[in-house]
Design a protein around this ligand. Structure first.
Ligand SMILES: [Zn+2]
Length: 437
């Protein structure tokens, strides 16, 4: 019985994984997502969460998600069907802490012996305007007028004066997480796929933020989590859907198991886009699977030495109970790193979320150590690296260390997968100085 369930869960997830980079109609996508969620753990209770852009063109996605995913999944629950935990903001940004809240809301009726399920869909979007016999991506027809879609991502690439003159939190957040390298590639992209690329990168990055949140702060009690990041294609007739990344995680109450993962690349130039029979098809070019920013030029030994120097003297700042928490957090991430390494694609997809989860977790318990961990990768930006090192030499005040970490967190998202893997390896290694604190 166990085995049958397992095989069908695996098959249902493979069916979903096959949609990676392939545009299908929204109902086909949602049907496949629902079957993967149903097969995941058939007895547990279900919570659903949807993150979309505020754009009125996402109305179809919201209705379809409620009808084809949320309602069928929750219909048989003892306490009746519940709504979806919905986040709608400019661009469709994942909000840190939202997953924990959603999980708490949906866990009320869970039996302690039964793992619950959480199905999360994160949606980026791009318009498709059909004129005569051609299609233009990045535009929709709003009341007879061609209009940018996604408007927020279009503004992100255009960076109008107003966003510099008046504080736009969404613009600052998106700019920070895309980072200068991805933004300059997208801004220089002369192809008709510019906004499609921006939407895919955005969807993959939002998914990584959600994973980092889960890895830092796992659910309270056993849970199966299915996280799908998708680009909705808004067009006349039925919307399309292109899966950008999907992850399946199982939290057994103590450990988080990274069960399946598949994702398109988050570097714009690595996305090879074409249109076949009017539908988008995306593959990622392997030749771009190289460190994108600056390769970690130092040897492992030098990096270790660096970390020793950065953390020297910081032990006086950590209290014994904090040390225990640091160890607990490090042990958890170390186990997840070992698990992720079993499969190259899982290791690639989870490397940045794991590093972010590690640094975020350290920042809560012992921000000075978080800062030291961060300083290791800040080598890509000499000015920032100097600033962080100076702070560490002076022995930063706790609030000050946290503030700096808040400002710098997006930088971790700009590392290539290889850089993130390299830094993670050093931080969680048995001889890492972080264990001594
Ligand atoms: Zn939008």
């Amino acid at each position: 019985m166990e085995d049958t369930t397992h095989v069908s869960a695996g098959q249902a997830f493979l069916d979903l994984e096959r949609l990676l980079g392939v545009e299908v109609s929204l109902d086909v996508f949602h049907g496949t997502l629902r079957r993967a969620a149903q097969a995941m753990h058939p007895r547990g209770e279900v919570g659903t969460m949807l993150v979309t852009c505020s754009d009125e063109f996402l109305g179809e996605v919201r209705t379809a998600f409620a009808r084809d995913v949320a309602r069928p999944l929750t219909a048989l629950q003892m306490i009746g069907s519940r709504g979806t935990f919905a986040v709608a903001n400019l661009g469709g940004r994942f909000e840190p802490g939202a997953l924990a809240l959603a999980d708490e809301h949906f866990s009320g009726g869970s039996r302690p012996d039964s793992a619950r399920r959480l199905v999360v869909e994160l949606v980026a979007h791009v318009g498709r305007l059909r004129q005569d016999h051609s299609s233009t991506h990045g535009l929709v027809d709003r009341f007879g007028k061609a209009s940018p879609c996604c408007g927020a991502l279009t503004l992100l690439l255009e960076a109008p004066e107003a966003t510099a003159a008046v504080r736009h939190p969404w613009f600052d957040q998106l700019s920070a997480f895309f980072g200068p390298a991805r933004l300059s590639q997208l801004r220089a992209d002369p192809s008709p796929w510019r906004l499609v690329r921006a939407a895919i990168v955005h969807a993959v990055l939002q998914g990584e933020s959600a994973m980092a949140d889960l890895l830092r702060d796992p659910p309270d009690g056993p849970a199966h989590i299915l996280l799908a990041c998708v680009v909705a294609i808004n067009q006349p007739g039925t919307d399309g859907a292109l899966l950008a990344s999907v992850q399946r995680m199982h939290f057994d109450g103590t450990h988080m198991h990274l069960e399946h993962a598949a994702a398109l690349r988050s570097s714009p130039e690595a996305l090879d886009i074409s249109s076949q029979a009017g539908r988008l098809l995306v593959s990622f070019a392997e030749q771009h699977d190289q460190p994108r920013v600056v390769p970690v030029a130092r040897t492992r030994a030098e990096v270790h030495e660096d970390l020793h120097a950065l953390t020297a003297g910081l032990e006086r700042l950590a209290q014994p109970h904090e040390r225990a928490k640091v160890h607990e957090h490090l042990t958890r991430i170390q186990r997840q790193v070992a698990h992720a390494k079993k499969k190259p694609s899982t290791w690639r997809i989870y490397s940045r979320p794991l590093l972010r989860g590690l640094v975020q977790g350290l920042s809560i318990v012992a921000p000075e150590l978080g800062l030291a961990a961060f300083a290791l990768q800040a080598g890509t930006d000499a000015v920032k690296a100097q600033h962080v090192r100076k702070l560490l030499r002076e022995g930063p005040k706790r609030d000050q260390a946290r503030q700096v970490l808040h400002q710098l967190e997006a930088e971790l998202q700009q590392l290539s997968h290889r850089e993130a893997q390299e830094v993670l390896d050093v931080l969680v290694a048995e001889n890492s100085p972080l264990w001594k604190h």
